[in-house]
Each structure stands twice: as structure tokens, then as C-alpha cells.
Design a protein around this ligand. Structure first.
Ligand code: C2E
Ligand code: MG
Ligand code: MG
Length: 780
């Protein structure tokens, strides 16, 4: 029998004392947290800002959409405000008049005039502005000066008259981009709308800023030259539209960098801003929030996805979600600072691979670079079909050789031996540890293997040459057939190698597995009490449901043994060992104590469910069990009406009369009794008839086969009918799929336990267990 089994999902793994989580989950969470902290530090140093900006540039390029078309840019390539060139102001005044004539909607003058020019020119400009009335809007500029104080450049009142004012603030960052704009700015103590907000029609003086979306095609923004307005050759319909007059990108100070375009007029940033606001494309997720969401989702994944496959799927989804998020964001106009999430991911991946590397290193011999024996055990324990033999070669005189050879040459020595062992099979993987070299021989025939090993021994008659000196080699072998738990078999081969001797028994065959398992079982029996004390033995709880309404009516306590060295030991196996060791009572007491305390806790938290505990029929031979149950009920304060005793292995009841007395005493305490595994083994109707059971549990052999076998279905139906007639409860256990659940419902069996509904789980998980989706389980 293979004693090491892989675990059912979260049923039983070594738990971390502090958190109560499985140790590997806890480790992953810690590494995730570490990755998050690292990302936070990077965030505080703003190290990854350029990465985010790159991603935004990328976003701006992948999805382009058209501007509203309301806004027209009119550019000029000359400095219109130069006080020494009054004719330019006249030219501008003429252009404003032309715009007025064409019935323009609004005109934003994005060029400030802080100085006087000629009286006549100033007056002409002032008149042209005045003629436009409320449609003319003057833009004041806040310029970055490099020092802490920004410089405000405003148009003198003599020109602006009482035209409305808005503000434009240059705010490109060190990479030359302008990602945000304010809704309002304060100039001389007065809060004014920003140019962008005003053009978008937002003038409610709200504070704060918004993200500018650059996914607008700049070629689609209508742009004219001032001269075209004056000459009337623009050909662009301006009636009702918003015009912004500003300096062209040719004037060096005013050019601005936007994604996809290295120099656009400064006014364009305001146009992009206004178009963004008009289209409502201002969604933003900042780095901290993104990080918090990311880490929460990631942590949930780590906690929920307990198998490697699921985790990998989860990781793939999370990794893909970052670029997909960027892409989706560009479509709907949403920007996020995701670089710190990516940093967390990278840090986590690095920490994980370091852990994996460390684990792998623990399996590799430092000196020779060969895998260790433990690796052989792991590699073979995963393959249940593995056959053949383990061979362990013992090198004699190894300690002496090691004492005399320098470090590098030791490895050479071992590797030379390995070469010889591989003489007939160059691809053979050899594992090494200390003075042992081991491998898995596929040869199933023991005699032929022994012949082969004899041949190998002959090859070792010649000394090996290391660093100029020749060394004699003595070698002998221990062999174990792979007919049981690989770990146990490897240990047997090692033990045999140790017992082998060059002179007397150079090839020693280990005892067969049954003998070895027996030895192992002996050690198991000796360790029961220790394992209970160390928490290696513990209880899990599997819910039972009333499928009519989906309520959890009770749970069954199932005992588990997770051995640090051997892994999970199936209950059926160690319970048998407990019995042999005379520790059945102690184990039952242990389970009762934990399960009753757990039941009390559930009641305390408002879940009045029943607690089923398995008792072996062998314990019904005398009254000790009654005293034990009474004491535990008293000590834990658990209400006995909710305690169900599932009697297992009823065929082993020696004396029905005694068993009846014991069961009646147990029932007198207030508990109910159930006949477990009904229908299999040698459970018989006499037992059922003679003993005062309140419930039968139909064995999962029948339930599992119901969907396939008409016979199984008929047996279940008849047990259910029998229970109904005899007025005792019937529980079906081992329902694994929807089909079975439906059949049970049809038959009228409503109390069901099985993997389809819930697996055995830790008390913690049980307390948080939300039940199952009845509709989904039945797919109705
Ligand atoms: P049982 O009392 O019949 O317990 C039900 C067994 O069926 C459990 O196996 C449970 O995990 C499994 N099971 C439940 N639903 C499904 C399903 O849908 N599909 C499949 N394949 N299996 C399902 P487990 O935990 O391995 O226990 C095996 C047996 O060990 C129990 O059978 C019981 O006889 C014994 N046992 C477990 N705990 C105790 C204990 O504390 N005391 C005693 N005396 N025996 C125990
Ligand atoms: Mg049971
Ligand atoms: Mg059962």
C-alpha cells in the first residue's frame, strides 16, 4: 500500500501557528507583502514614474479618437505682443473683427499683452475685444520661472476691458509632458477657471485637477493661421465655434511636448484638456489605490487557489490583466499608475524563484553537483506506477579517501565513480550523498539486476586515477524492490547497503515491502501520542446538508495525521495502527475533545448544527466509552442533543447485548447514534435490528455508483425507503456530482454529505463557510 498520498485541496497541510493558514500559503502571503513593501518604497522615491508615463504614452498611441471639433486653433508664428511692433496688435484686432463678422462662438486670446504699445494700436485691439462682448475671453498665463514663485503675465486692463478672464498654467513635468490640468487657478488672490475647463464649459470653480487624455488625434484638431483669418482664405466655418488664438509651435518657448508629437503649440495642451473634459475621459487610479487593489486580489488568489495549476492560471490572469487594463483604459479614457503593481509582481516572482531555487539546492549535493537521495525519493514518489528497484552503492574507505584528498579532487573522485556506474547506461541519473550513490534501476527481475551489479563490481576492481594518484575502490550494493512506499523502499535500500559487506555479501537485497511497512507501522504506533501532542494529528470537519433548502444541518469530524517526514497518512491506515497499539481510546478521546469544543464554538457563533463523531465498534465492548463521553460533554459544555455517534465497522461488534447496553447508556446522555457505512463489509441486518440506531449512513460505494449503476441506485432507494418505514434518519455520503445529487433528491434522500457540497475543512474554514449554492449544485 502506498502510505503517502497527495492531499485533497485544503483538507490538511501543516498549518502556520501564527496565522492558522497552511505554511506554504503563509509563505506566499509574506513574500507578496514584502513585494508590496518594496513597491511602496519605490513609490515614495517616485522611481517608477517614468515607467507609468511610458505606459500612458503607449496608451495614447493605441487608441485614437476624434476631438469634438468645436474648438479651432488659430496660430501665429510671430510675437504678437511685442510692444515695439504696434502693427501686429492692429493685425490681431482686424482678425478679431473678422471672427466677429463670421459669428464666432467664443474667442480665447491665449496671448497676454502686459505692456503698452502705441496708443492707437492698443485702442484698436481693446475695441475689437470690446466688440466681441462676452464672447471674448482673455487668458492670463502662469509661467514657470524655475524659482519657487511662478510668474503671472496678465493682459493690461486698458486692452482687456471687462472681458472675462481665465488662466493657463504651464505645468509640464521633467520629461516634458503635461499629464494633468487644474480646473481653476488662483491669480492675485482671485480664483479663476482654467483655460481648458472654461473651453469645456466647466466654470463652477471646482478645485482639483484632472488627467488629460492624449488619445486624440492632433491632426484632427482644426488649426488655422492668423493670416488666413485676415485674408478670409481659411475656408473653415467658424460660426458658433470656439476659437483659441495662440502662438505657434515655431516660437521656441511656447512649444510643448505631447505623446506622439514632439512639438505642438502650448495652447494645444489646453485644447486636449478641454476635449478630455467634454468626452468625460478623465478616469484615474493612482498608484497607492492600484497597489492596494492589486495586493488584495493577489492575496485572495494565493489563499483560494491551493493547487499549483490553479495558481498558475491565476498568475497568468493577473499578469495579463496589467497590459489588458492599459488597453481597456485607453479605450474608455482611463489612466492608472500600474508600474508599482508590476514591481510587486516582479519582486514576488523573484522571491518565489529564490525559494524554489533554495528548495532545489537542498536537493543537490554541493560538492559534486549531483542530486541528493532525497531528490530520488521525491522524483519517484510522484509516480504511482513506478516499478523496478532502488540500488544504493556504498563506497568503502570513503572517509579515508576524503581525509587525504583536497576538496576539488574529492568531487572528481566521486564523479569518476559515477562514470563507471554509468558504463552501460550513459543517461542514468545517479544521486549522491555521503558515501552513497543511488539510482532507480528499471530492471524488475531481481536476479538479472544482481548479475548486472556483479558486472559493475568487476569494473571497480581497477583503481581510479585522481590528480595523478591511483586510488583503490571498494564498492557494495543495497537493493530494494519498488513494491511499496518509495520513501520507505529507498530507506530500505540504504539500510541494506549499510549491511552489505565487500567480502561476505556485496549485494544485499532488502526485505520485501510488507516486512518493511510493518517496521514502519511499528514506528507509527510508537509515535501516536507524540503526534497528538504536537498537533500533527488534528480534526477536519465535513458539512452535511439538507438539500431541500440547502442548510447545513451538521458536520462530521474526521481525523487527520500529517506527518512532517511522511506526509499525509490516511485515517484508515493509522486508525488500524492505533488499534494494534491499544491507543484507540486515546485517539477517540482526542477527537471527542476537539470536536465537542468545535461544536460548542459553532453553537456559540449562532450555528446550531449537529456534530457527528466516528467511534469504532470495538469500543462498544465495555462501559468506558460512556464515562469518557459524559466527561467530555461536561468539560466542553456541548449540548448532547446535537452529538451524533457514528459507529463504524459494526461487523466487529463481538457481543450484541453488551453493545446494546452501551449504546443505550450513550443515548441516555442525550446523544444520537448512527450506523456508518451501511451496506458494505459485513454490516448486517441483525446488527441494525438489534441495536437502537437513530440513523443509517449509506456507504459511499453505492452513492458514488448511483449515476452509473441501476443496481446501486436500487440499493440506495431501498435503504431510503427502509429508513422511512423504520422511522430512522438516512444520510447519503460521498455524493461527488450533480447527477448523483439529483438522483438522491428524486429518491427522497435529503440528507447528503459529499465533495459536491463541501469537502472536509479546518475549523477556521468551517466558521467562515458560507454554504453551497443549491441551485448551482442541482443545476436547476
Ligand atoms: P466515514 O466515517 O465513512 O467518513 C466518510 C469518509 O468519506 C471520509 O473519508 C470523507 O472524507 C469521505 N468522503 C466524504 N464525501 C466524499 C465524496 O464525495 N467522495 C469521496 N471519495 N469521499 C468522500 P476519510 O476522512 O478518509 O475517513 C475514512 C474513514 O476513517 C471514515 O469513514 C471513518 O471510518 C474513519 N475515521 C475518520 N475519522 C475517524 C475518527 O475520528 N475515529 C474513528 N474511529 N474513525 C475515523
Ligand atoms: Mg463516519
Ligand atoms: Mg461512512
Amino acid at each position: 500500500m502506498n502510505l503517502v498520498r497527495t492531499l485533497d485541496r485544503d483538507e490538511a497541510r501543516p498549518l502556520n501557528q501564527l496565522s492558522g493558514l497552511p505554511a506554504d500559503v503563509w509563505e506566499r502571503l509574506k513574500q507578496l507583502l514584502l513585494g508590496g513593501i518594496l513597491a511602496l518604497v519605490l513609490f515614495l522615491l517616485s522611481v517608477l514614474d517614468p515607467v507609468d508615463q511610458l505606459s500612458w504614452i503607449f496608451q495614447s498611441r493605441i487608441a485614437e479618437h476624434d476631438p469634438s471639433g468645436d474648438i479651432v486653433f488659430v496660430g501665429t508664428e510671430r510675437d504678437m505682443a511685442d510692444p515695439n511692433l504696434p502693427y501686429r496688435r492692429v493685425e490681431l484686432a482686424n482678425a478679431l473683427r473678422k471672427l466677429d463678422e463670421q459669428g464666432v462662438g467664443r474667442v480665447y486670446l491665449d496671448i497676454p499683452f502686459p505692456e503698452h504699445s502705441s496708443v492707437d494700436a492698443d485702442q484698436r485691439l481693446a475695441e475689437a475685444i470690446g466688440a466681441l462682448g462676452p464672447r471674448a475671453i482673455i487668458v492670463d498665463k502662469i509661467e514657470r520661472t524655475g524659482s519657487s514663485n511662478d510668474r503671472v503675465i496678465t493682459t493690461m486692463p486698458g486692452i482687456a476691458g471687462d472681458a472675462k478672464r481665465v488662466v493657463s498654467r504651464q505645468a509640464s513635468n521633467w520629461l516634458g509632458f503635461s499629464w494633468t490640468r487644474e480646473f481653476t487657478n488662483v491669480v492675485d488672490g482671485q480664483r479663476l477657471p482654467s483655460l481648458a475647463a472654461s473651453m469645456a464649459g466647466i466654470e463652477d470653480m471646482r478645485e482639483g485637477s484632472f488627467q488629460i487624455d492624449y488619445a486624440i488625434n492632433s491632426q484632427e484638431i482644426a488649426a488655422l493661421d492668423l493670416a488666413e483669418i485676415n485674408s478670409g482664405t481659411s475656408g473653415v466655418e467658424l460660426a458658433g465655434r470656439t476659437v483659441i488664438i495662440g502662438e505657434d509651435a515655431g516660437l521656441s518657448e511656447t512649444q510643448q511636448r505631447v505623446p506622439g508629437n514632439y512639438s505642438v503649440p502650448d495652447s494645444f495642451v489646453a485644447i486636449y484638456g478641454a476635449e478630455t473634459l467634454k468626452a468625460g475621459r478623465t478616469g484615474f487610479l493612482n498608484a497607492l489605490l492600484a497597489l492596494a487593489v492589486f495586493i488584495s486580489v493577489f492575496a485572495a488568489l494565493v489563499m483560494v487557489a491551493r493547487s499549483r495549476k490553479r495558481r498558475r492560471i491565476g498568475y497568468a490572469i493577473i499578469i495579463a490583466s496589467l497590459p489588458l487594463g492599459l488597453f481597456a483604459g485607453s479605450l474608455v479614457g482611463f489612466r492608472a499608475e500600474l508600474s508599482y503593481c508590476a514591481a510587486t509582481l516582479v519582486a514576488y516572482a523573484m522571491l518565489r524563484s529564490r525559494t524554489r531555487w533554495k528548495n532545489r539546492m537542498a536537493l543537490v549535493d554541493n560538492e559534486t553537483g549531483l542530486p541528493k537521495l532525497r531528490a530520488l525519493e521525491l522524483n519517484t514518489s510522484q509516480d504511482i506506477h513506478i516499478r523496478g528497484h532502488f540500488v544504493v552503492a556504498r563506497i568503502h574507505g570513503y572517509e579515508h579517501v576524503f581525509k587525504t584528498l583536497p576538496r576539488v579532487e574529492r568531487a572528481q573522485y566521486i564523479l569518476k565513480l559515477v562514470d563507471r556506474l554509468r558504463a552501460t547506461d550513459a543517461a542514468l541519473t545517479i544521486y549522491s550523498e555521503g558515501h552513497h550513490l543511488a539510482w532507480h534501476a528499471k530492471e524488475e527481475d531481481g536476479e538479472r539486476l544482481a548479475e548486472h551489479l556483479e558486472g559493475l563490481r568487476a569494473m571497480f576492481a581497477a583503481p581510479v586515477n585522481v590528480a595523478g594518484s591511483s586510488i583503490d575502490v571498494g564498492i557494495s550494493f543495497g537493493v530494494a524492490k519498488l513494491d511499496g512506499d518509495p520513501a520507505a523502499r529507498l530507506a530500505a535500500a540504504v539500510a541494506a547497503a549499510e549491511e552489505s559487506s565487500e567480502a561476505l555479501q556485496p549485494i544485499k537485497i532488502a526485505e520485501s515491502s510488507s516486512r518493511f511497512d510493518e517496521l514502519w507501522d511499528l514506528s507509527l504506533r510508537a509515535r501516536i501520542d507524540e503526534a497528538m501532542a504536537a498537533g500533527e494529528i488534528f480534526c477536519v470537519y465535513q458539512p452535511k446538508f439538507d438539500t431541500r433548502n440547502g442548510t447545513m444541518t451538521g458536520v462530521e469530524a474526521l481525523v487527520r495525521w500529517q506527518d512532517p517526514a511522511r506526509g499525509f497518512i490516511p485515517p484508515m491506515h493509522f486508525i488500524a495502527q492505533c488499534e494494534k497499539a491499544g491507543r484507540m481510546e486515546a485517539l477517540t478521546e482526542f477527537v471527542f475533545e476537539h470536536a465537542c469544543a468545535a461544536g460548542r464554538l459553532m453553537h456559540f457563533s449562532g450555528q446550531t448544527i449537529s456534530m457527528s463523531i466516528n467511534i469504532s465498534a470495538t469500543l462498544l465492548a465495555d462501559m468506558r466509552i460512556v464515562g469518557m463521553v459524559r466527561n467530555i460533554l461536561q468539560a466542553t459544555g456541548f449540548d448532547p442533543r446535537f452529538l451524533v455517534l457514528e459507529v463504524t465497522e459494526t461487523s466487529r461488534i463481538g457481543n450484541l447485548e453488551t453493545a446494546e447496553t452501551v449504546l443505550n447508556e450513550l443515548k441516555a446522555l442525550g446523544t444520537r447514534v448512527s450506523m456508518d457505512d451501511f451496506g458494505v463489509g459485513e454490516t448486517n441486518f441483525e446488527t441494525f435490528f438489534e441495536l437502537p440506531f437513530d440513523e443509517v449512513k449509506i456507504d459511499r460505494l453505492f452513492i458514488a455508483n448511483m449515476a452509473r449503476s441501476q443496481k446501486a441506485k436500487a440499493i440506495v432507494a431501498s435503504i431510503v425507503q427502509m429508513g422511512r418505514d423504520a422511522r430512522i434518519g438516512v444520510v447519503a455520503e460521498g455524493a461527488e456530482d450533480t447527477e448523483t445529487l439529483k438522483l438522491l433528491t428524486e429518491i427522497g434522500c435529503t440528507h447528503v454529505q459529499g465533495y459536491i457540497l463541501a469537502r472536509p475543512m479546518s475549523l477556521d474554514n468551517l466558521m467562515n463557510f458560507q454554504g453551497f449554492d443549491l441551485k448551482n449544485a442541482l443545476k436547476v
